[in-house]
Write a protein that binds this ligand. Structure first.
Ligand code: SF4
Length: 576
């Protein structure tokens, strides 16, 4: 698209949307502005502007103001130029090489779209939006709220539902920009409409333009970032590339390695997981070994990690993989969700990290980081909030590197936007984007409804020993710490006299009784407050393993019987 008769001038003032005063060769001239937007950031005093001289002698103004110099950038601001430029481009087959016809201004139901294009295969509606608003190399639309723009985008989604193809093309009336994004601050409704339209199948494209004072033509495709998360992904991934920790399961991220490490990481810190992970992989290097592992071996490998049902479920899942998937872990999120013990977080982690599938993995770390990034004051403990965040990530997460995107979010939560104490915002790739940081309210997010206090259970733990063995009992299957081994344990905090009475009733002859340290163990909903006694008896040596009690040597307790970490204080006392 070209202009016939361009002259350079200097901008002076703009008394209303249609008119501006400029200086042409030192003489003030009233000119028509071919853009009804405010364009305040463009039309600044003394800016170089370009005028197209009209051939119509009857017009009240002789010139149209069509372009402006902003720093080193020449910006075309003629609001009719984008449609003209796109028409020329479409007619040359610029977007669809097999274009058959291009019809501007076409009515469909109650809508009027900028173009109707037919190709050999498709019937296509196109809406064109000119973009002149630039901030730090990022271009935005609209510069003022536009209900018409929302209507058009919504109607294109409707056209897709009726079998048409549909495009919104943002024509960036300048060159060398980073990306296009909707101007959410000015009109959130338009940004939401674009996201919904994209979800419905409307293609959202942006192209920059080669602009000279007397011409404009379509140039290069410009990245389109419709949501905050799409904007945040790039700095997050660059930060991750430079700062990711070297971890054993990252060296060879097979589905099995990622699965085992993720389940362990749900239990404890990365540093603590490393040892468990190495031992587990040496003992059970693949799914076939896990499927055949004995329960006690499994519990022993898991000893101290807690939530023992998780490792039992891993074995069930391994068996299912052997039977239904020929021993190969499925890669798809939906298939992984069918396996026992694999919820949406683990399914997302395995399918994205090990298999490159696009699936979010939302855990507490991710919820915390995103609540701060967005300044989202909703309670992250609520399932509805977790579901919303997951849904948004399905829509907005990085498409090229989904596994790295998920790991980067987790890594940021673990090392920078930490759960306890002040986050390290100075090291954060989102420092400039983060709402909580902008408002200096980092610690106000995430909001959590105060939890109900945990129930307290008082217990008396008896470490009953003879010369070299201790009495253990197996906890009932199915309940808390089911199937694991513990020291005999009585309800309440019993005095020495009460313990002696109990032992006598059990037929044990006590040689010595000694108070041990108190201990506390915290589960999700309850706390055990324990006191303990070391009891030296003489009968264990002759007593057969019978009833609830078994008698185990130190080495057997170390290697064979899984004892939960809740008893750590007393176990240490026995083993040391
Ligand atoms: S800027 Fe601070 S609060 Fe915001 S995401 Fe980064 S570390 Fe967290």
């Amino acid at each position: 698209m070209t202009y016939d008769n361009i002259e350079e001038a200097r901008f002076e003032s703009r008394p209303n949307r249609f008119i501006a005063y400029v200086s042409v060769e030192g003489k003030q001239e009233k000119v028509h502005v071919k853009n009804t937007g405010r364009c305040r950031e463009l039309l600044t005093e003394n800016a170089a502007v370009f005028l197209n001289k009209s051939k119509n002698p009857k017009r009240s103004t002789c010139y149209d103001l069509v372009a402006v110099q902003k720093g080193s950038r020449l910006i075309n601001m003629d609001s009719q130029a984008p449609n003209k430029t796109v028409q020329e481009w479409l007619e040359k087959g610029g977007l669809f090489p097999d274009t058959v016809s291009v019809r501007p201004e076409t009515t469909w139901h109650n809508s009027r779209f900028d173009f109707y294009v037919e190709t050999a295969e498709d019937k296509i509606f196109i809406e064109v939006k000119g973009v002149t608003l630039e901030q730090g190399d990022v271009v935005l639309f609209p510069d003022a709220p536009s209900q018409r723009a929302v209507k058009h985008v919504t109607e294109l989604a409707e056209a897709v539902r009726e079998g048409y193809k549909a495009y919104v093309i943002f024509v960036v009336q300048m060159e060398n920009v980073k990306y296009f994004t909707p101007n959410r601050k000015t009109q959130p409704e338009f940004a939401d409409a674009l996201l919904a339209a994209r979800g419905a199948g409307v293609q959202i494209l942006a192209y920059d333009c080669k602009v000279t004072p007397d011409s404009m033509e379509i140039g290069q495709s410009v990245p389109v970032k419709l949501s905050e998360m799409e904007i945040a992904a790039e700095p997050l991934l660059s930060w991750y590339d430079k700062n990711k920790r070297t971890l054993p399961w990252r060296e060879d991220p097979t589905p099995y390695h990622v699965w085992v490490s993720e389940i362990m990481l749900q239990q404890t810190r990365v540093e603590a997981v490393k040892g468990y992970y190495d031992r587990f992989m040496k003992a059970l290097p693949d799914i076939a070994h896990l499927a055949q592992a004995k329960d006690e071996e499994l519990l022993k490998l898991w000893e101290g990690l807690g939530y023992y049902n998780r490792v039992r479920n891993m074995k069930k899942a391994a068996r299912m993989i052997m039977e239904e998937y020929g021993g190969v872990m499925p890669e798809e999120y939906e298939d992984l969700l069918r396996l026992p013990g694999i919820g949406s977080y683990t399914a997302g982690a395995v399918s994205s990290i090990a298999c490159g599938r696009r699936a979010p993995a939302v855990d507490g770390n991710v919820l915390r980081v995103l609540s701060r990034l967005k300044g989202d004051g909703r309670d992250i403990a609520r399932q509805s909030v977790r579901d919303d965040v997951t849904e948004e990530l399905w829509r907005d997460m990085d498409t090229e590197r989904p596994g790295d995107f998920n790991q980067a979010l987790m890594e940021l939560g673990a090392t920078v936007c930490i759960p306890v104490g002040a986050p390290h915002c100075g090291e954060c790739p989102w420092e400039a984007l983060c709402a909580a940081h902008r408002e200096k309210r980092e610690l106000d997010f995430p909001f959590k409804t105060p939890k109900k206090p945990r129930t307290i259970e008082e217990k008396t733990v008896l470490v009953i020993l003879d010369e070299n063995r201790a009495a253990l009992q197996k906890r009932p299957e199915g309940g808390l710490l089911g199937g694991m081994y513990e020291f005999p344990c009585l309800s309440g905090h019993l005095s020495r006299r009460q313990v002696l009475a109990y032992l006598k009733e059990e037929g044990l002859s006590v040689l010595k009784i000694e108070k041990l340290a108190d201990s506390k163990h915290i589960f999700t909903h309850k706390e055990w407050h324990m006191i303990g006694y070391a009891v030296r008896v003489d009968e264990l040596a002759n007593k057969k393993n019978s009833g609830d009690l078994i008698f185990a040597k130190k080495q057997e307790v170390r290697d064979k019987y899984p004892v939960p970490s809740a008893y750590g204080t007393y176990l240490y006392n026995f083993l040391s």
